[in-house]
Design a binder for this molecule. Structure first.
Ligand SMILES: [Zn+2]
Ligand SMILES: [Zn+2]
Length: 332
């Protein structure tokens, strides 16, 4: 017996997938099983079905070390409504923490006038406008039956006036959706079954919510790092000590070392939260050095004193300036 016959026995096209073969076998085995089917031929037919199944499934299943055959068509799916997309914009902190949003989705409700049938029980009869009720129209060949009313002179409108024959009415539905924490702009949340309506014998499409993040007055998101501008007094930068830095989780105190000259400070892991295998980003504070608009007498005296000490220890405290002083001497 050739392979073609095996396919015929199971009622399958050539190149049917393993899943299709299994499904066809289950259906036919059920029909021809001698315990269920009193037909005298059932026994033979059942054996034939099983043999066809065993041969075909062997050919369709990949042997170890071999790529699965690509001849099989994909398993047929139930028809599905269209997928829909919607943009949602969140604040940076909300998106970082995750939140719940209420969205309004277009949907349909069955028309109550016609209980979803789109028809009314008694048709509304109106005089045909095309032939003015005569049922005939004068053309090039004289009078002929009116096409619009099929010569009756009137038309009967059976459409439900409530829904204009559609059987449904547009309705907006409020939907609460949980947005998981740490989603990045452009990433999507799938809301199963909230897309386009289900076709006949199918399931509705899905709704995809694509995230965008509103600009924040303090923070700027760059991939997973959160950047923030922090004005800091020049005296604090020189003396070192604690300063306050805002993060998405609130204020953090950081301890600056003395004579901190870097324009930025990185707080590892304090940026945008991670998600799954994605690690959290960093918080990067950009310092904006703030100078006093004027100095008090005391401040000036203290700074003069600091400068004097500095000049006495230039070799240790600032070799660049020490070398510069030496260069000036050679030009004197
Ligand atoms: Zn209706
Ligand atoms: Zn007519």
């Amino acid at each position: 017996m050739s392979a073609v016959d095996f396919h015929q026995i199971l009622g399958l096209p050539q190149g049917a997938s393993a899943a299709e073969i299994k499904r066809a076998y289950r259906r036919l085995a059920m029909r021809w099983h001698p315990d269920r089917n009193p037909d005298p031929q059932a026994h033979d037919q059942f054996r034939l079905v099983r043999e066809a199944f065993e041969r075909l499934i062997q050919a369709a299943s990949p042997s170890p070390g071999e790529a699965p055959p690509q001849t099989g068509s994909p398993e047929p799916r139930r028809p599905k409504g269209e997928d829909r997309r919607m943009e949602i914009s969140l604040g940076l902190a909300e998106a970082a923490r995750g939140c719940s949003v209420t969205i309004s989705v277009e949907s349909r409700s069955a028309c109550s006038d016609c209980e979803g049938s789109g028809k009314r029980s008694y048709g509304r009869t109106t005089m045909c406008g095309a032939c003015h009720g005569s049922g005939r129209i004068r053309g090039a060949n004289g009078l002929s039956a009116c096409q619009t009313c099929a010569g009756k002179g009137f038309t009967t409108d059976c459409r439900c006036p409530g829904c204009e024959g559609r059987g449904w009415l547009p309705a907006n539905r409020q939907l609460d959706v949980r947005i998981p924490p740490g989603l990045l702009p452009g990433e999507e949340v799938r809301v199963t079954g909230q897309g386009g309506p289900a076709p006949q014998d199918g399931e509705p499409g899905d709704l995809y919510l694509r995230l965008s993040i509103d600009p924040h007055p303090l923070f700027r998101l760059e991939h997973l790092d959160v950047h923030v501008q922090v004005p800091v007094s020049i005296f604090r930068l020189l003396a070192g000590g604690q300063i306050e830095v805002p993060t998405l989780d609130g204020i953090r105190e950081i301890l600056l070392p003395e004579a901190f000259t870097e324009p930025r400070f990185r707080l590892t892991g304090a940026g945008y939260p991670g998600r799954g295998a994605r690690s959290p980003g960093d918080l990067i504070a950009h310092f904006e050095t703030q100078l006093p608009r004027f100095l008090t007498k005391e401040q000036k005296a203290m700074l003069d004193m600091a400068e004097q000490v500095f000049q006495h220890q230039l070799d240790d405290q600032n070799p660049t300036l020490a070398r510069w002083q030496a260069t000036l001497e050679t030009h004197r």
